[in-house]
Design a protein around this ligand. Structure first.
Ligand code: FES
Length: 242
């Protein structure tokens, strides 16, 4: 039995027991298990602590939450069009992994680590160079919009296909945050798929992690139970997009 078919919950005695996650109806992760890391199962909630509902997401809107670490930014999107299915992605090192699809009624909901695979640009509470560019906006990074753009050095990533690289100096896709939509329409983050940049990120941005999270150790803590999810202009002061 696949261990991911079970959730661990605390029993009344405090012991961990396994239960079938009957409320989970959709999943997004590599069926072959390659390049997938399970993290804490965390519910996405709004600034008021109320669960975010999949059907209430605004289309083509950049939502931000931190996952799987307290200090690692991630983005959530409800795209205009259904995402692709079973996309094989490749890292610079030649490792392949399978991105199954987005989730939600029309496979439009996707989530990615918002740390650029090129040189680690990422949204902070001060500014953001990395975000999805709506279809009716223009970007210098790619011929079409409706893509994720890192305006640091103009890399573009395909939001509908596991954030595979479309143009620019980045090579790897953005890592995916694996999400599930439950029967009650709530959204849960459960793991990360692909080549994440967490190690380099924690090594590179020590002063920033101190400023925003009280230090590297605190920023590295795993998010537990819930992750506050807000639109990008509530997450950051300045959005820079070319
Ligand atoms: S850091 Fe994103 S393109 Fe260079």
């Amino acid at each position: 039995m696949n261990r991911r078919n079970f959730l661990k919950v605390a029993s009344a005695t405090g012991a961990m027991v396994a239960v079938s996650p009957s409320s989970i109806i959709q999943k997004l992760y590599a069926s072959n298990g390659l390049m997938y890391t399970a993290y804490e199962r965390v519910q996405l909630v709004g600034a008021d602590g109320a669960p975010i509902k999949a059907s209430a997401l605004k289309k083509e809107t950049n939502y931000m939450f931190n996952y799987p670490h307290v200090g690692t930014p991630a983005m959530l999107l409800d795209l205009d069009d259904p995402s692709a299915k079973d996309v094989t992605l490749k890292t610079e090192e030649g490792e392949e992994y399978l991105w199954k699809s987005g989730v939600g009624a029309k496979r439009t909901i996707v989530a990615y680590s918002a740390i650029c695979s090129h040189q680690l640009a990422h949204p902070t509470p001060s500014d953001s160079f990395l975000q999805y560019v709506q279809k009716d906006k223009k970007t210098m990074a790619y011929k079409n919009s409706g893509v994720i753009v890192c305006s640091s050095h103009l890399s573009a990533f395909e939001a509908k296909e596991g954030a595979k690289r479309l143009s620019g100096p980045a090579v790897d896709p953005l890592a995916s945050v694996v999400i599930e939509v439950a029967e009650d329409d709530t959204i849960w983050a459960v793991g990360v798929l692909g080549a994440d940049r967490f190690h380099a990120y924690f090594k590179t941005f020590k002063p920033e992690l101190k400023e925003f999270y009280g230090g590297k150790r605190k920023a590295k803590k795993l998010v537990k139970i819930s992750a506050k999810t807000v639109v990008l202009n509530e997450y950051t002061k300045e959005i820079i997009q070319y």
